[in-house]
Design a protein around this ligand. Structure first.
Ligand code: HEC
Length: 229
């Protein structure tokens, strides 16, 4: 019995460690029956260990899959929060002067520089002195790069309504106009060089939130080169 256990221990040890099968061959024939029993034990043991290993593996995979993936509602909520705290409104939302300074015009929120607004004359003397200037509600700015106009980023077709997620990533990560790889570089003061450090999930959240906001039809003017000012 002791011998049998010893054999069982040895063979299972050897087999579970992928060792040679010499042990089985060297065992005297008279122990064949015991051997068979021990092989059976071994097979059962090895199978059990293998199954256990597979189960462990699977359960760790399951844990990863179970990690809560943001559903679309919470993704949109996160996007709303990120847009609110990362200053998109500062430049992208038209404002009207109120008692306490510029106030956001809700129905035009995030629609960029209004195409109906006349473009104000630029004080070139200040530019020559090295100043960069903002329009009164910050939706346009002028500097050594010329004049830029904040884009319409509402869910309208004239905004990002028809954009793919990939385009939005290209715009925020690579600073490309309309999110096209071959597009022109986005001009200042769009701070994409900061936003490119956002996590994938945050960029995605902002995109899905913007897709839910009120569409505003507005084609912003093309930027002006320094020579056109
Ligand atoms: C300091 C001003 C400023 C801030 C803040 C800002 N933007 Fe912009 N953004 C701009 C300007 C100006 C442009 C247009 C640049 C151009 O035409 O080259 C622009 C362009 C874009 C574009 C490209 C649109 C297109 O049609 O190619 C996207 C997308 C964008 N901004 C998203 C955002 C988001 C999202 C935020 C907030 C997380 C944000 N911006 C914050 C000024 C700003």
């Amino acid at each position: 019995m002791l011998y049998n256990s010893y054999l069982f221990f040895l063979s299972s040890y050897r087999l579970t460690n992928c060792a040679d099968r010499a042990l089985l061959i060297c065992v005297p024939l008279k122990n064949l029956i015991i051997m068979r029993t021990s092989v059976l034990y071994t097979v059962v043991t090895v199978s059990a260990i293998t199954l256990f290993a597979i189960a462990c593996n699977n359960s760790s995979k399951e844990t990863a899959a179970e990690t809560p993936k943001a559903d679309s509602a919470s993704l949109v909520k996160r996007g709303e929060y990120l847009v609110a705290v990362s200053g998109c409104d500062d430049c992208h939302s038209p404002k009207a002067m109120g008692p306490n300074g510029p106030e956001l015009v809700q129905e035009l929120r995030l629609s960029g520089y209004p195409s109906t607004r006349p473009i104000q004359e630029v004080d070139k003397e200040n530019l020559k002195k090295g100043w960069a200037l903002f329009g009164p509600d910050l939706t346009n700015a002028v500097g050594p790069w010329g004049m830029s106009f904040a884009a319409n980023i509402t869910s309208d077709a004239t905004g990002i309504g028809n954009w793919t997620e990939e385009q939005f990533f290209t715009a925020l990560r690579k600073g490309k106009y309309k999110g096209q790889e071959t597009g022109r570089p986005l001009l200042p003061p769009m701070p994409w060089a900061n936003y490119k450090n956002m996590s994938d999930e945050d960029v995605r959240a902002i995109f899905y939130y913007l897709k839910t906001i009120k569409p505003v039809e507005n084609i912003v003017p093309a930027p002006k080169a320094p020579t056109e000012l």
